[in-house]
Design a protein around this ligand. Structure first.
Ligand SMILES: [Zn+2]
Ligand SMILES: [Zn+2]
Length: 401
């Protein structure tokens, strides 16, 4: 499909209509839990396909259900829908109209691929089991998946398995990556404050200098990642902000240290967090200082279950060709709140190709990124084929999960 010909959103061709809708969503990006236009647009589309829509879950989240023949079997397909606080650098017609906000992670594309599947499955004969289509807010640092779960997602919409996807610019359109086990990292952000006592630069003995202590602490964090966990478990601790002082002859009152820790196992992340707290306690005691550590924006690892991963890999290979699917794609140290859903239910998360064949595509979160619309039919096909394959397999007596 030529992406330049599908801007109007008024075509009779369903893929071209999705493409037009994607561009409309791209031009109106909304940040976490503020996705009101987005959510309303999705609800309108689902209603036009004949769905009843449950809205207002985790503020702007919504769910539409396609009932199957057997009410006892169900799967959940999930798309995220929030944008990022990034100023878009593109100047094409569908660029963001909102200052400082941008669909730089392609969630606009995720939305329309799931909408396309909802429409296609509604037009087909009734499936053996039920499909819940979940549109989730607040993926970018808001843990919207957890909030939907806390607000009763799985009790209101019972499901045997959950499935998610993310577009991946490093993979060409028409290809995909999947792996059993962790595919995205567990992550947590931290803020450490070393509280000292200000003084004249020439009279450190009259104060309590927090700067050497903060430097020691930063180095200790690197030792923690390198020496306190099994070397075969990947982990990274990055200090990304150090704030202290205003001039060169005054010892400041305090130092603020901010950063993030990522691992491929939630258990290793917890080990690092305990280690950070121990370093804080030890240094504070040794230096007679006050140090606080605060953790926030925790995401567990996104861990694919074995049977569902095998099924998804087969669906992808049948749809795209065996040579187009990496069934042991390397895991990423980025984090994804779909991990919360996979803590509750078996399921799998795939990376779906979004790059130009042989060309260069801007990466996720880049101010020049744009979702590649030629991936839309591939995403729709994957969702539709997965729904069929899941219930075919379950009905054949090879129940998975
Ligand atoms: Zn993102
Ligand atoms: Zn994303």
């Amino acid at each position: 499909m030529d992406t330049d010909t599908c801007a109007a959103g008024v075509s009779q061709d369903p893929i071209e209509r999705l493409c037009g809708l994607r561009k409309r969503l791209h031009s109106r990006p909304e940040l976490r839990f503020e996705e009101h236009f987005t959510s309303g647009t999705i609800a309108q589309a689902l209603e036009s396909y004949g769905y009843a829509v449950e809205q207002g879950i985790a503020e702007t989240g919504l769910v539409a259900t396609l009932p199957g023949k057997d009410p006892g079997r169900a799967i959940m397909l999930r798309a995220d829908m929030d944008a990022l606080p990034i100023q878009e650098a593109n100047d094409f017609e569908h660029a963001s109209r909102h200052q400082g906000r941008m669909h730089a992670c392609g969630h606009d594309g995720h939305i329309v691929m799931l909408l396309g599947a909802a429409r296609a499955l509604k037009l087909q004969p009734q499936l053996p089991g039920t499909v819940h289509f979940v549109f989730q807010p607040g993926e970018e640092g808001g843990a919207g998946a957890k909030r939907m779960i806390d607000e009763g997602l799985f009790t209101r919409f019972p499901a045997d398995a959950v499935f998610g996807m993310h577009n991946w610019p490093a993979l060409p359109v028409g290809s995909a990556g999947i792996r059993p086990g962790p595919i995205m990292a567990a992550g947590v952000r931290f803020r450490i404050v070393v509280q000292g006592k200000g003084a004249h630069a020439a009279q450190p003995h009259l104060g309590r200098d927090p700067i050497p202590l903060a430097c020691t602490l930063v180095l200790e964090l690197q030792t923690l990642a390198a020496r306190h966990k099994n070397p075969i478990d990947p982990a990274v601790i990055s200090v990304c902000m150090l704030n202290a002082g205003h001039t060169d002859n005054v010892i400041p009152e305090s130092v603020e240290i901010r950063g993030t820790a990522r691992t491929l196992s939630t258990g290793v992340l917890e080990l690092l967090q305990r280690g950070m707290s121990n370093i804080r306690n030890g240094l504070a005691l040794a230096q007679d200082a006050s140090i606080s550590v605060e953790f926030f924006q925790f995401y567990p690892a996104t861990v694919n279950s074995t049977a569902e991963t095998r099924l998804c890999a087969q669906v992808l290979q049948d749809a795209f060709g065996a040579d187009k699917v990496d069934v042991d794609t390397p895991p990423n140290m980025t984090s994804e709140d779909f991990g919360f859903m996979l803590q509750e239910k078996p399921g799998a998360y795939i990376l779906i190709g979004n790059g130009s064949p042989g060309g260069k595509s801007h990466n996720l979160h880049h101010p020049n990124y744009d979702f590649n619309d030629t991936a839309i039919p591939h995403g729709v096909r994957y969702w539709v084929d997965l729904a069929h394959a899941y219930f075919r397999q379950a009905r054949g007596g090879q129940a998975i999960g």
